[in-house]
Structures are given as C-alpha cells and as structure tokens.
Write a protein that binds this ligand. Sequence first.
Ligand SMILES: Cc1ncc(C[n+]2csc(CCOP(=O)(O)OP(=O)(O)O)c2C)c(N)n1
Length: 831
Amino acid sequence: MSQQQTIVSAVSPQDAPERVWEAFRRWGYLQASLDPLGDLEPLPMPELEVTGPDAEAARRCYCGSIGVEFMHMPDRERRQWIQERMESEAPEPDRARILELLIRAEVFEQVLQTRYLGTKRFSLEGETALLPLLDAILNAAAEQGAEKAMLAMSHRGRLNVMVHTVGRDAAEVFAHFEDVDPRSVLGSGDVKYHMGATGNFHAANGRDLGIHLVSNPSHLEAVDPVLMGRTRSKQMRRGAEGTRLVVPITMHGDAAFAGQGVWAETLTMSNLEGYTVGGSISIIVNNLIGFTTAPRDSNSSRYSSDLAKRLPIPIFHVNAEDPDAVVRVGRIALEYRSAFGSPVVIDLIGYRRHGHSEVDDPTITQPLRYRKIEAHPPLYKIYAENTGTDPNPTLERVREEIEAARQRAKELENSPLMRKLPRYWNKYTGGRYQESFEVPTAVPQQTLVSIGQSLVKPPEGFHVHPKVKKLLEQRLEMVEGKRPLDYGMAEALAFGSLIVHGVPVRLTGQDSRRGTFNQRHAVLTDIENEEEYVALQHLSDDGTWCEIYNSPLSEAGVLGFEYGFSRDYPEALVLWEAQFGDFANGAQIIIDQFIAASEDKWNLLSGLVMLLPHGYEGQGPEHSSARMERYLQLAARDNIQVCYPSTAAQYFHLLRRQALRSWRKPLVVLTPKSMLRNPSAASPLDALANGAFQPVIPDPGDGSAKRVLICTGKIGHELNAARKRRNDDSIAVVFVEQLYPFPQAQLTAELERYTDADFVWVQEEPANMGAFSYIMPQLERATGGRPVLSVKRSAAASPATGSHKAHEMEQKTLITLALGNPEVESAEGGH
Ligand SMILES: Cc1ncc(C[n+]2csc(CCOP(=O)(O)OP(=O)(O)O)c2C)c(N)n1
C-alpha cells in the first residue's frame, strides 16, 4: 500500500489525532493562505477533509499564512525540529520595527518614482515584506554569532535592499540616478541595479554584521554559484567556525528560480564536501509573474520552489502580506540552517505593483490581476490598520529623511562606489599589463627534488594501484633527473612549490583528482580500503591548504563557484578544469559576464585559471577544440590571459607566474591531451630550475630559414617532427605560447631575424576557428607589414571530423601544406 493511500484511509474523523496531524504536516501547505490577491487558490485535498478539534488545530498551524514542505525529508530529527516550531506559539514580533521597515521600503520607491519618472528601478512594492524578512534573518544570524552575511539578488528591490539592509547611504543610490560623472565610465561600468554594495547591519542584540551584496549581471541566477564560492572562500579564512560566521542569502524571482538551470546546479553542490557553505537561505521574491509571463507558462508544477524539493531541505511558503508570519519564517529558517547546516528555501508570495519595470504597462497582459492590484492598498497601510498604529508620523519622518538624501546626492561629485574591498586585496592589482609585474618563477633544483620525493611517497602501509605505483616510480626518476618531466609532474611540482611557499591551491573539475587523461593522480586511492591520500596536503609546515576535488557534472555552476572563490582568495591559486575544453561553453554566461567583464563593469578582479584540454587528435567534433577563438574575441584591455604552453616547463612556469605575480587576471590555459605523453613536450628538470615562462619560443636556428612557421601549441611539435623527417633546415618553427596579451615585442624580435623568409601561420583548427582571425593582423604588425600566409582546415560548421581516418588525412595535408609542398600550396595555401 502506498503512503498516500495510508493517509487517505487515516483521516476519517474517528481516526487517531496523530494521523490527522500527519495529514496536515504533509499536505497542509497546499491549502495554506499564501497569495495576498487570492490567485493561487487552495488545492482540494481529500486528505484534509476532516473535522474535529485536532483538525482545526492542525489547520491553524499548517494552513495559515505559512505553508511548509518538510515531510519529504527522510531525517526524522529534522522533521521534528520543524514540527515543534510550527506547532508552538509564534514569538511576539517587534511590530514597530516591522512597520518602520514597510514604510521605509514604500517611501523610498515613491521618491524614486516621482523624482526619476521613466527610469527603471524594479520596485519592491508588493513585496515590501522582504525588508522585515531579511531583518529577521540577520537578527537571528547575529544571535547565533555570525559576523558576515553574503547577499545575492537580481534587479527586483535591489536598490531598496542596498539602503535598508546593506546600510548604504540613500544619497549614494540617488547619485547613480543623477549619473553625475558619465565621462568616468565611457565604454565600461554597469547599470545601478547591478552594482555591489558593502555595509553593516546593526542587529537588535547590539552586534554589527558585515553585509556584502555581490555585484551581478542581468543574466538571472548566474550569480548564485558565484555567491556560494565567495562565501566558502570567506568561511575558509575563518577556519573551523567559518560556516557559522558567514551566512549566504540568495534572493530570486519566481520565474528565474524555476527556469534557470544554474540554480539547480548550485543546489546540487550544496552538500558536497568541496563546495558546501553550511547551508544557504534562499528567498523567492515571488510576485507570481515573470515580466509578462504567468506562472502557468513558466513552471510545470504548482510552486516555483518545487525544483528545490528534490533535496532533503525545508521549503517555507509565506504570505507576504502577513509580516508577522514572514519574520517568524525568517527566524526559523536561520535557526534551521544553524542547527543542521542545511539550505532552506523561503517562498515569499506577494505581487508586483507596477509593470516589470516602471516604464512597462502590465495591464496589457494581466488586466484582471492589475485591476485587483490597483485597488489594493500598500502593505504598510494594511499592517498599520491591523496593529492599530497611526503610520503618519513615521511616514512623514521617513519621507523627509529620504528627500534630504536625494538633495545630498546632487552634491556628490562622482557616482560613489558602494563597495569596499577587503584588506587581503591590498597586495594585488589589475589594469593594464606592466613588465614590472614579472617575478622569478624558477625553483632551485634541490627544492624541486625534495618536493618531488615527498609527492611520490604515500604513507606507510598505503596500497597503491600497480599502474599508479609505476607512474610514481617514473615521477621519482623525473626529479632525479633520469627522465624528462611530463606535464603531470610539472603541474604537481608547480602546485607543490607554491604550497611550500605558502600559496594555497584549489583545483576542481570533473574527475580532476585522478585527471581525465590519467595524468594527475593528485589523490591516491588505497586499493584495499579506498582510503584517499593527497600528498600535496602534507607538504606545508605552516598550514597552507590544498583542495583538490572532483566536481559534480556541471560547468556553469562549478565555474561560477570557482570564480567566486577566487574573488575572495587572491592569495590562492584557484583552478577550474573542463573535462574537455569545449564543455566550458556550458558555462558561457560565467565566462562572458564575470570572468571576461567583471573588471570592466565592476572593477573587480580575479586570478582564476581555466584549464581547457585542447588539440586535434581525431576524437571527433566535440573533444578536439576548446574554442580558443571565443576567448580571443573576449580579450580586450588586458582583461584576461590566453596561453597555450607547449612544454611541461612552460606549464610549470605559467602556473607559478599566475600565482606569484601581483597582477590578478583570469588565465585561460589550453591544456594538453596527446601532448601529455609526447616526449618532445617533456622538459628536463633543469628547465624548471631555471628560466621563466616564455610568451614566444623562438626557433633555435640561426635566422637563415626561408620559411617561418608560426603556430601555437601541439601542432608545433608535429611541424617540428615533420621538419626533422625531411631534414630541412630552411624551415623554422616559432611557438606563440601567450596569445593574449599579445607578445608583440617578443614576436617582432624573433621574426626580424628572418630577413628573407616566407611567414606562415599554421593552425589545426578550421579557418573560422582557432586563433586565425585574431592573430593575422597581429602577425602582420609583427612582420612590419610583410605578408603572412596561412595554413588551416577549411572553414567548418563543426570543429572537427568524426572520422579518425579523415582526421589523419586532414592532419597530413595540413602539415604538408605548412612545410611547403609548392604544388598543393598554390592550390590551397595562402590566405
Ligand atoms: C538568463 C536571463 N534570461 C532572460 C532575462 C530577461 N528577463 C529579465 S527579468 C525577467 C523576468 C524575471 O521574472 P522573475 O524571475 O519572476 O523576477 P521578477 O522580475 O518578477 O522579480 C526576464 C525574463 C534575464 N535577465 N536573464
């Protein structure tokens, strides 16, 4: 018999009271009174068609202004915890404070409306209970000893929250409406309702809570994983108590909550060791509309919150027009998070007084609902009446205060920055590249040897897989100078040497612990008991941490998280690895809106590294290209770095350079697949103990070459091998290792050596992909206007062929053309 049937038969009037209560605990939320305008009607539920004193009492607890979903949670203790709170008397709220906040919310919007008519502000009216809700959560957090709250939200009510929750001066917000200094942001900056803000919340218990509302793009929900990453970062700084001390709060529109997959990905990460933040409080600012779209068209189930129900976490629906119930939920939510380290969802159901923005007419698409809204008084009036308070004195005082702030705004000379960066950013800088940023990256040979030896030695009694054992033996030979280093070992030594130097390292990605290509083995697994050992975690004497995690099968969520983490840990080397480079397109929003543009829009820096396996090896259309063209198109004003290191030593120096320079810029690295095991990409230990990352690797020849092949990455090794086979000294091969910022001076110096040569750009990718479009003008500048030919695959709709044999034929033709087979070249070469 199913559980549902059990309950149906359970709730006849003569049934035991406990059964009646069970029915309301399980289904009561479907009949709760949640919608101030009554459009969300109670769902008929035979299970709840019962009478009697218990039924009445249970109905009062579970079908009032709060509807809670918690019976899907398997943990009995957690269900009981909620049950106890729902079935006990609600504590007396501070009604004067609630009224003050409701009035403030309303008046602030009204002043904006009258003074800046026709400007978008995305009013909070209809959902003003958000302010007392946040107030309740933050007060409860302060009581639990929290010292910081990290907030993320989209457009709706953001300006109001900045002033009344984050504690920014209203004058600063108004100053952005005045747009007092447009020249300072020509071609950059962002709109006012995307800006971040830092401030303080003064809790009722006398404590101050630092608040940070994070900058976010228009792309709804993209900020969610970023907030979680930032939160974890701040929690890690605070050690074991971190999750209690820093509380993340996300706010969502109802349409976005249901619709955007990145939020689902973020929830998936919530209880994973590598990503947990001890639970977030997520508020759906639910106005039962998305722009012009009704819930029936934007969600396949009754509540937009249903997405969250796949996790064992509670969901509180609450009528936004019952502020006492709203603050009660806020407190319960925070206390639940504290008790169980779990996420909690609050679905605050209200309405939207105006159109999507204030310039939009909602009566075109929702004429009936808006007729109701027009006749509906603002919440503060309803609340004042219900509580028998005269709102007018507060109303007058608040209006004067906000008007005064508006006057002050005109006197502010520049649009003030509402954010303050934490101290740990003092040492780091962004802006344009300067040579003075360079630092030594070589590591003394003795240090490398000793790190290498520790890395290959698992603890006594650890049962290493025979294949891994062999690999560790080879790695030992590498540091002993008996065999050249491969990428895997070069990376391990880069991480290890940074950790020894006090630089924390965090790397995540799908299967990154072992490595997709069986190349990393940063985490060893005991073949007898599956215990794990991370040698990199045992190198430091001073507690420098190292985190290496397999990520869930997500790109947007995980990359967003790591970007966020890097934003608050500039001292650490933070890396995200795609399984294959092209999968990063699942995270395109994070790349476009945060990684490439956050410095330009918000003056916020990140040193995040993206590792993108790349290279044409006949694996098909989808495992060949990391789409370097996309990063090169995004590159401007030194916003990112794009590099394709062609040797193990280059990779080593590149990673160390990224961590050790004070310049904090995202770094996109095209990483090897077949090159991992290509002897010509291996490096002697000496190359790690000396030298530095070379943006251009010159040809070793004397400059007499007649044909100079310019390329990047793997193809260069194939060109070298072919040249060798031909024994042709008239060909030179030059590697451009750093594609952006473009090493114009170094390349010019190299190309100037060839006074009488043809220059040819060679790439594996089709003509409409790879570096071709980006690099040709750069090369012509570097050759001083001398023509540059090119060899590449024909333009194509998809990056590579699905046939391995076809790939080999193409690759062969490419190399032949590059080396200069005169007959074929005149037919197909040139550009
Ligand atoms: C990813 C993304 N797609 C589309 C939009 C365009 N857009 C902006 S607001 C909005 C409606 C949002 O509705 P909801 O999430 O319910 O929030 P509300 O505006 O009602 O508070 C849409 C579709 C966007 N900003 N981001």
